[in-house]
Design a protein around this ligand. Structure first.
Ligand code: SAM
Ligand code: SF4
Ligand code: SF4
Length: 354
């Protein structure tokens, strides 16, 4: 734990300065691995990638130390992600280290659920607050077609384990692809309702491995509301003042669900999120082309004050609003092509964390 004496004066006075658009530094997504046990065709469709070299992957001690510095600057929400975070061995050890940091108010995990049933209780006992599970379909054969793996049953077991372990505010995230799973919105809402989980539908984004992305496959927020309105009747938006990406709605019976409309209705203006890759690069935006190398600084012996000063100055200069700029492009295809991805794995969604 950093003592107050180790925190630079401008920082201890009230955290990092807001960025150029007045956005505070509040949320950090920490990717613990670029590897994954699925091959979702909107994220990581190839079998093989240029993986990050093992010696460059941050140790748990390095991650906890960096996160600690971030929290002295105002970060209070930390989400572990990947790749698939549960393929990183002994993840509960990292969770335990982070849970000791009292500045973290929300310690969450995003997972595809495959390994969750084995680890749910250990992670809860280690101090994980919340979990979001990704589930795009309730149909095993569709799951196989979407992910390249016959593992639907393991995902459902993982979701059930999360419920049994007593995780509060359980969320299920579904990427909706036109012509692939847009006929399952209501089924997924019903599934979530039975489980006590809130379902959030995500518009298909043109990031990283989504090299086959095209506008026609985006099932938009308007499409979703139209489809669900026909099934359930009046859908009411919840009035909320939040920086969370999902806009939430209620069905006539009170069931709440969310829509993350990053593609058609970006929420960059309130974005307080940044991303740390498994090898210690810090990205100020999901669409940023380059990140700041904290692994090198850390391994060269940078002090907490130096790290904090670098973070604060980068955040102060931040102007990123990647999804907004993408939305304003007239002829939009995939953000990066496969050749560019092969040369720079840091452009992958599975490397920088979703
Ligand atoms: N492997 C974990 C999982 O799938 O939950 C965590 C990492 S994954 C990159 C995080 C989230 O990003 C998942 O919910 C996934 O569905 C979402 N995602 C990946 N590619 C996407 C895309 N092209 N458009 C929208 N969401 C995407
Ligand atoms: Fe699918 Fe998540 Fe793996 Fe990407 S990282 S392929 S979204 S399970
Ligand atoms: Fe934030 Fe960048 Fe996503 Fe916009 S595109 S919401 S600025 S991470």
């Amino acid at each position: 734990m950093l003592s107050d004496a180790q925190i630079p004066p401008d920082v201890s006075a009230g955290g990092a300065p807001d960025d150029q658009l007045g956005r505070p530094l509040r949320s950090l997504r920490v990717s613990v691995t670029d590897r994954c046990n699925l091959r979702c065709n909107y994220c990581m469709p190839q079998e093989n990638y240029v993986w990050l070299p093992r010696k460059e992957i941050l140790t748990f001690g390095e991650i906890a130390h960096l996160v600690e510095v971030f929290t002295t600057l105002g970060v209070e929400n930390v989400r572990l992600t990947g790749g698939e975070p549960l393929v990183r061995r002994e993840l509960a050890t990292l969770v335990r280290m982070l849970a000791e940091n009292p500045r973290i108010r929300d310690l969450a995990l995003t997972t595809n659920g495959i390994l969750f049933s084995e680890q749910a209780e250990e992670l809860r006992d280690a101090g994980l607050h919340r979990v979001t599970l990704s589930l795009d379909t309730l149909r095993p054969e569709r799951f196989l077609a979407l992910t390249g793996r016959d593992m639907h049953a393991q995902v459902l077991a993982g979701i059930e384990a999360a419920r049994r372990a007593g995780f509060q505010k359980l969320k299920i995230d579904t990427v909706v692809l036109r012509g692939t799973n847009d006929d399952e919105l209501a089924d997924l809402i019903e599934f979530g309702r039975r489980l006590g989980a809130e379902v959030r539908f995500i518009e298909y984004m043109d990031v990283g491995g989504a090299t086959e992305w095209s506008h026609d496959q985006v099932f938009t927020r308007a499409d979703m509301l139209d489809r669900l309105g026909k099934r359930y009747g009046t859908i009411t938006p919840l009035e909320e003042n939040s920086s969370a990406p999902a806009v939430r709605f209620t069905l006539p019976d009170g069931t709440v669900f969310g829509i993350i409309a990053s593609t058609t209705t970006p929420f960059c203006r309130t974005c307080d999120r940044s991303r740390l890759t498994a090898d210690g690069l810090w990205y100020l935006c999901l669409y940023a082309q380059s990140g700041i190398d904290f692994r090198q600084m850390l391994r060269a012996g940078a002090s907490p004050e130096e790290l904090a000063a670098r973070i604060a100055s980068a955040w102060r200069g931040r102007t990123d609003r990647g999804a907004e700029l993408r939305a304003s492009e007239r002829h939009r295809g995939a953000f990066v092509g496969i050749e560019q991805l092969r040369q720079n794995p840091h452009l992958e969604m599975h490397t920088r964390g979703g």
